[in-house]
Design a protein around this ligand. Structure first.
Ligand code: NAD
Length: 494
C-alpha cells in the first residue's frame, strides 16, 4: 500500500503514493510520478503516481461496477450509516497522524489541522450518515391520488478538490456522495495528495467496501482528470477550486449533460461599522484574512471600514497583524505557515506589486520573509494595503494569500453597493451592533453565506455555495441530497 510512516515523517524517506482503484494500489499506467514537497523546507515527502487519462477511466470502470452490481447503493441507509460511522471513528483514531501529514504536505498549521480540519473530516461522515439514516420524506395525499418522492443515488460521482483544506474539502464531497448511496472517484489536488490516500486506506480498513471510493492522483485537462469530467459513465461532478478551472469543467460536463456542483473562488467583503464592538471586530477580521494564510475561499479579503473609525480601526488591525507568528506550521504557537508553493508566492507578491502600481500604500508586510527562520520556505507576512478603490484589480481579483485590501465607506447604502460590486459572491462578514441594519443588509447581500458579528461558523445543514463566479449550486444537508440523488416522483391511484 502507501507505506506511510507518518509518526516519523520528518526523518523518514519519502513515501510512495499510488492510486486506489478498487482494492488495488496502482502506479500510473505509464509509470510516471510527480513529487510532493514540504512548503516549510522543501523536503521531499512523496513520489506520487502521475495519473493518465487511462487511469482516470480505469477508476471510473471500477466505481461504475461497484454502483451497478452493488451492494452499496442498495444497502439500507442505516447499514451504510453504520459503516460511515466506523470510518469517522477510524479518522478520530488516526487524528494525530492525519493532522501531521496535512501540516507537512500543505503548510497548514498543526493547530488548525489537529483541532479543526481533521475533526471536521470525521464530522462530515457522521453528519451525512445520520442525515440519510434519519431523513424525513414527503408524501402528498390528494383525493384518490397518493404521491411520494424517492431519492435514489445518482450513480458515479467525480470529486475534484483543491489544496487549501485538502482532506476536509475532499470529504465534504465524499461523505454525502457515499451516504446517499453513490460510488466515487476522488482526485485530490496535486499539491496535497497525502491525506486523501491515507484516508482511503483507513476507510477500507474500517469496512468501506472496495470500489465504493477510488482515489486517483495527478493533474487536470488531458491527464487523469479528463475522464472524470468528460466520461459519460460519470453521473455527477462535484468540484471545489478556482473559477477558471470551474469553467473548463462545466464545458467538459456539458457534452454529456452531467450535473456539476461547483464551489469556486471568492473576494468577500468584511464590513465594520462605527458602532461595532471592536474587541470582537478586530480579532475576527484578523482571523478572516490571515487565518489559513488567506488561502481560504471565504477570506474577508476586502475590508470595508466606516470612515469615522477608519484610522482607529486600521491602526489596531495593523498592530494585531504585525504580532501574528509566521513560521514552522508544526509549532503549535504558529498562526501562519508557509504559502503552498513558489508559483503561488509569486502570484501573491505580484498582486502586492500591482497594488502599489495602482496607487495603494502598504501599511505592513509586502515582502517575502527571507531571514534564517523563513528562508527555506514560501513565507509571506500579513500584508495590509490601503489607499485603493473597489475599482482596482487588487480589490476585484482573488489573491488567495495573506493580503488585505482596506476600503472606506460612509453609509450603509454605500457599503452594500461596494460589497455587491464584485464578480464573486461567496461570503460576507458584517460587524455592527445594529441588528436591524444587519438583517436589512443580509437580505440584499450578493453572497451564499453572510456572517454577522462572527466568522467561519459552519452548520452542515445550511446551504453552502456562491453566487456569480463563486459557484454553481449549493451543498449541505438537503441541498447535498438534491445534488447527489435523482429525485423521483411516484403517484398511485388508490
Ligand atoms: P484549481 O482550480 O487550480 O484546482 C482545483 C482542482 O481541480 C485540482 O485538483 C486540480 O488538479 C483540478 N483541475 C485543474 N484543472 C482541471 C481540469 N481542466 N479538469 C479537471 N480538474 C482540473 O484550484 P486550487 O488552486 O487547487 O484551489 C484554490 C481555489 O479553490 C481558489 O480559487 C479558492 O477560492 C477555491 N476554493 C473554493 C472553495 C469553496 O468552497 N467555494 C473552497 C476552497 C477553495
Amino acid at each position: 500500500a502507501t507505506d506511510v510512516d507518518t509518526a516519523n515523517m520528518t526523518t523518514s524517506t519519502p513515501i510512495e503514493v499510488r492510486h486506489l482503484i478498487g482494492d488495488q494500489w496502482k502506479a500510473a499506467s505509464d509509470g510516471a510520478t510527480f513529487e510532493s514537497r514540504d512548503p516549510h523546507d522543501g523536503a521531499l515527502l512523496a513520489t506520487v503516481a502521475r495519473g493518465t487519462a487511462d487511469d482516470g477511466a480505469a477508476a471510473i470502470d471500477v466505481a461504475r461496477k461497484a454502483f451497478d452490481d452493488g451492494p452499496w447503493p442498495q444497502m439500507p441507509p442505516k447499514e451504510r450509516a453504520k459503516i460511515l460511522h466506523a470510518v469517522a471513528d477510524a479518522v478520530d483514531d488516526h487524528r494525530e497522524e492525519l493532522a501531521q501529514m496535512e501540516t507537512r504536505d500543505g503548510g497548514k498549521t498543526i493547530t488548525q489541522s489537529l483541532h479543526a480540519e481533521i475533526p471536521r473530516v470525521a464530522h462530515n461522515f457522521r453528519f451525512f450518515a445520520d442525515y440519510v439514516a434519519m431523513a424525513a420524506n414527503e408524501a402528498y395525499p390528494d383525493g384518490d391520488l397518493l404521491s411520494y418522492v424517492l431519492y435514489p443515488p445518482a450513480g458515479v460521482v467525480s470529486a475534484i478538490s483543491p489544496w487549501n483544506a485538502p482532506l476536509m474539502l475532499a470529504t465534504w464531497k465524499i461523505a454525502p456522495a457515499l451516504a446517499f448511496g453513490n460510488t466515487a472517484v476522488l482526485k485530490p489536488a496535486p499539491q496535497t495528495p497525502l491525506t486523501a490516500n491515507r484516508f482511503a486506506e483507513i476507510a477500507l480498513e474500517a469496512g468501506l467496501p472496495a470500489g465504493v471510493l477510488n482515489v486517483v492522483h495527478g493533474f487536470g485537462g488531458e491527464a487523469v482528470a479528463g475522464p472524470l469530467t468528460s466520461d459519460p459513465r460519470v453521473d455527477r461532478i462535484t468540484f471545489t477550486g478556482s473559477s477558471a478551472t470551474g469553467v473548463k469543467i462545466l464545458q467538459a460536463a456539458a457534452a454529456n449533460h452531467t450535473p456539476v456542483s461547483a464551489e469556486m473562488g471568492g473576494k468577500s467583503a468584511n464590513i465594520v461599522f462605527a458602532d461595532a464592538d471592536l474587541d470582537i471586530a478586530v480579532p475576527m477580521s484578523i482571523r478572516a484574512i490571515f487565518g489559513g494564510n488567506g488561502q481560504v475561499c471565504l477570506s474577508g479579503s476586502r475590508l470595508l471600514v466606516q470612515n469615522s473609525i477608519r484610522d482607529e480601526f486600521l491602526e489596531r488591525f495593523a498592530d494585531e497583524a504585525r504580532k501574528l507568528t509566521v513560521g514552522d506550521p508544526k509549532d503549535p504557537g504558529t498562526f501562519m505557515g508557509p504559502l503552498i508553493e513558489q508559483r503561488h508566492l509569486d502570484k501573491v507578491h505580484g498582486y502586492v506589486e500591482l497594488a502599489q502600481e495602482e496607487g495603494g500604500k502598504i501599511i505592513t508586510g509586502g515582502e517575502r520573509l527571507r531571514d534564517a527562520d523563513h528562508a527555506g520556505g514560501f513565507y509571506y507576512p500579513p500584508t495590509v494595503i490601503a489607499g485603493l478603490t473597489n475599482e482596482s484589480r487588487t480589490a476585484r481579483e482573488e489573491i488567495f494569500g495573506p493580503v488585505e485590501t482596506v476600503l472606506g465607506f460612509g453609509t450603509e447604502e454605500e457599503a452594500l453597493r461596494i460589497t455587491n460590486d464584485s464578480p464573486y459572491g461567496l461570503a460576507g462578514m458584517l460587524f455592527t451592533q445594529n441588528l436591524n441594519r444587519a438583517h436589512r443588509m443580509a437580505a440584499r447581500w450578493k453572497a451564499g453565506t453572510v456572517w454577522i458579528n462572527t466568522f467561519f461558523e459552519r452548520d452542515l445543514r445550511l446551504p453552502f455555495g456562491g453566487e456569480g463566479i463563486s459557484g454553481l449550486g449549493r451543498e449541505g444537508g438537503q441541498y447535498s441530497r438534491d445534488f447527489f440523488t435523482e429525485p423521483r416522483a411516484v403517484t398511485i391511484r388508490l
